[in-house]
Structure formats: structure tokens, C-alpha cells
Ligand binder design. Structure first.
Ligand code: NAD
Length: 367
């Protein structure tokens, strides 16, 4: 169970457990930091081995969301939730019960899709709470965020190409995509249409077939083989921690840039990539397109607004590369510094007295 010592060290504000035996709901909501605004982050549904594992995942992911929102220039905090359940056993009542609990947080946490939760699940919650995004376009939402996540990753890859090859074009570049799911397949399509040669892998036959429809002529390799292929860009779009001690020496690329969260098993792997002269485009910076997309639901989403916002990931990535070079630090470290600096700066300006009514100070202005 979480100790206050752990929450202090990771910087979390709040951890809430929700339970409803009537539908088997076991949910944990972690709110990491709300300095910039309400905490926004998806709800992951997973058959966790135990509650400790579920909590650890929610703590780590919610912290990542604070950094993602901060570096993306969004006025949002970081949060994430997990539901402990079998993905084959989802139900309307589970999500409606969960939605009622989310409502009780009064907007401190806004939820969205994540692994094993869909637009349909968001719709169930939407019956019970307005603090949910990623609902369908018919309900005024923005629908599936994955094409926008993929577009952001594509812009991050272009920025990395500018840095490494002196030109943002991916034409003729060989890209090895690990994970042919939602993000992988849209990214593959964007790359293919821009003239890149795509190599890919997955462990799920249905997703392999869908990928083939999206990206004709792509070359399929085995899940282990992907680490050894000669390529310009290695793009992790499956699970986290795939850049680790076992894989890092096998990579034959000049760039690592993909949509998966937490690609580096440990921070030190960012330094190893730097030493190997492989440019890393930080995951939470270039995969923020989905977050940017759903964030627009509150002000009125449109494809045009979303695309414009997601396109800024190119410049944001270039800025982080420049900072890393100037400070001679690994790129993942530079991204963290930039995100932390923004949160700290906003914390300071928000500490100003806003003039609310306080009878002890008669001069205080009424708002
Ligand atoms: P997804 O479940 O649709 O796709 C993931 C794919 O990876 C699946 O096809 C799965 O079979 C495959 N996979 C799993 N293990 C593998 C392995 N060992 N080797 C090869 N393939 C493997 O998920 P997604 O929505 O495409 O998300 C992909 C990643 O991007 C995740 O890490 C997710 O957290 C992250 N992400 C997604 C979004 C989004 O908008 N969907 C936004 C930000 C970050």
C-alpha cells in the first residue's frame, strides 16, 4: 500500500481507491500534480497480478502525465487511473459505477481511454459524469485519439531526422515499427505516405492483418528480430521498457522515436543511447498528440484545431534537442528539466494572493 514517504518522494497529491462489489469494481485513481490545472489521464483496465502492481502502475503513469501536459504547454495536471479486471469481463455497470465515483472528485481528475478501455466505455461513463473526454464525435467528443498520437510521433520523427540527417523528410528512410496496434498502424500509414520504407512486428495476428491493410508493402519480421534490423529509425509502439540492457546493444539505428510510454527501462538508458550516438526523441513529448486532442474537447474540438496543435510537436522536440545539446545532457533529462521548470514557474505565479474575501484583512479586494 502507498506510504506517505513514497507519495512525498514521487510528488503525488492524492491516491483514491474506489470499490463497488455489486459490479466487481476495483479502481485506483492517482492524482500526481494539479499546479497547471485539473489532472487529465486515461483509465487503464488490466488483469494486474495484485493490488501493489496496479498501484505502482497508476503512480508511475500519473507522474508521467504531469510531465507530458507540462512539456506540451497544456494547462492540465497529471493523473491516471487503473481498474483491476479481466479485459474480457468489461460491462456497462462497471464503467457507470466508476463514472459515478469520478464525478465525486468534482473535476480534480478527468479521465479518458487507455489500454483496454474504448470510446464505448467512455460513453458509459459519460452517463454519470462530465469529467470524461475521448467520447464519440456524436456526443461532442473527439473520438479515437490514436491518429493524433501517431501524427505527433511522426512530427517527432521528422524533428529527429532534421537533427540527424539535416532534413526533416522521411523519404527513403527505413523505419522499424514495434507494435502494429492503434498508434503503430496510423504511424505506419503516415510514414508510408511520406515515402519511408516500413518494417514492422507484432504478436497479434489480427493487428498484423490490419496493419497490412493500412501500410501496403511493409515488411513483417518476428518480435525478437525487430531489434536487429538495419534501419534509420527504431520506433517502439507496443509496451514500455523495450530499451533496456538486453536490447540496447542490438539496435542498428540512428534514432529511437515511438509512441509507447516509458520506453527507457531506466533513466540511465537515455545516457547510453547518447553515448552510442543514437538520438532519442523523448516518449512523453512526442506521444502527446492524443492528450492534446482530447484536451480540446472542453473548448470545442475540431480536426483542424487538433491537427494544428499536434503539429507543434515538431518545434517542441527541436527545442528539447537544442537544450540537451546546450547543456550536454541526455535528451530524456532535458525533457524532464523543461517540464519541471514550467510546473515550478506556474507554482510560483499561482502563489500570488488573488484577493478573495478574508474578514481578517479588510483591505482585501472582493472578486
Ligand atoms: P494497442 O494495444 O492498440 O497496440 C499495442 C500493440 O503492441 C498490439 O498490437 C500488441 O499486440 C503489440 N505488442 C504487445 N507486445 C508486443 C511485443 N512484445 N512485440 C511486438 N508487439 C507487441 O495500443 P496503442 O493504443 O497503439 O498504444 C501503443 C503504445 O502507445 C502504448 O504504450 C500506449 O501506452 C502508448 N500511447 C498510446 C496513445 C494512444 O492514443 N493510443 C497515446 C499515448 C501513448
Amino acid at each position: 500500500m502507498p506510504s506517505f514517504e513514497k507519495l512525498y518522494s514521487m510528488g503525488h497529491e492524492q491516491v483514491t481507491f474506489f470499490s463497488d462489489p455489486s459490479c466487481g469494481l476495483k479502481a485506483i485513481v492517482c492524482i500526481h500534480n494539479t499546479v497547471l490545472g485539473p489532472a487529465l489521464g486515461g483509465t487503464r483496465l488490466w488483469n494486474y497480478k495484485n493490488e501493489e502492481e496496479a498501484l505502482e502502475d497508476a503512480l508511475r503513469l500519473s507522474r508521467g502525465m504531469s510531465y507530458k501536459a507540462a512539456i506540451s504547454g497544456l494547462n492540465l495536471g497529471g493523473g491516471k487511473a487503473v481498474i483491476i479486471a479481466d479485459p474480457n469481463n468489461k460491462s456497462e455497470e462497471l464503467f457507470r459505477s466508476y463514472g459515478r465515483f469520478i464525478e465525486s472528485l468534482n473535476g480534480r481528475y478527468i479521465t479518458a481511454e487507455d489500454v483496454n478501455t474504448t470510446v464505448q466505455d467512455m460513453e458509459y461513463m459519460f452517463n454519470e459524469t462530465s469529467h470524461v473526454v475521448g467520447v464519440s464525435k456524436n456526443n461532442g467528443g473527439s473520438g479515437n485519439p490514436s491518429p493524433y498520437t501517431a501524427l505527433g510521433v511522426f512530427r517527432g520523427i521528422e524533428a529527429a531526422c532534421t537533427k540527424v540527417f539535416g532534413n526533416r523528410s522521411v523519404k527513403g528512410k527505413v523505419v522499424a515499427i514495434q507494435g502494429a496496434g492503434q498508434v503503430g498502424r496510423y504511424l505506419g500509414k503516415d510514414l508510408y505516405e511520406a515515402g519511408a520504407k516500413v518494417i514492422y512486428t507484432d504478436i497479434n495476428q489480427t493487428n498484423i492483418e490490419q496493419f497490412r491493410e493500412f501500410v501496403p508493402n511493409a515488411q513483417l519480421v518476428g518480435p525478437e528480430e525487430i531489434y536487429d534490423v538495419q534501419c534509420d529509425i527504431f520506433s517502439p509502439n507496443a509496451l514500455g521498457a523495450t530499451i533496456n540492457d538486453n536490447t540496447i546493444n542490438r539496435l542498428k539505428c540512428k534514432i529511437v522515436a515511438g509512441g509507447a510510454n516509458n520506453q527507457l527501462k531506466e533513466d540511465r538508458h537515455g545516457k547510453i543511447l547518447q553515448e552510442k550516438k543514437i538520438l532519442y526523441a523523448p516518449d512523453y513529448l512526442i506521444n502527446a498528440g492524443g492528450l492534446m486532442n482530447v484536451s480540446l474537447e472542453y473548448e470545442g474540438w475540431s480536426d483542424e484545431k487538433s491537427t494544428q496543435m499536434v503539429n507543434t510537436i515538431y518545434d517542441k522536440t527541436m527545442e528539447v534537442f537544442t537544450l540537451a545539446e546546450r547543456e550536454n545532457i541526455p535528451v530524456n533529462k532535458a525533457a524532464d528539466l523543461k517540464a519541471e521548470k514550467r510546473i515550478e514557474a506556474m507554482r510560483k505565479i499561482k502563489s500570488n494572493h488573488l484577493g478573495h474575501v478574508d474578514p481578517r484583512y479588510p483591505g482585501a479586494k472582493r472578486r
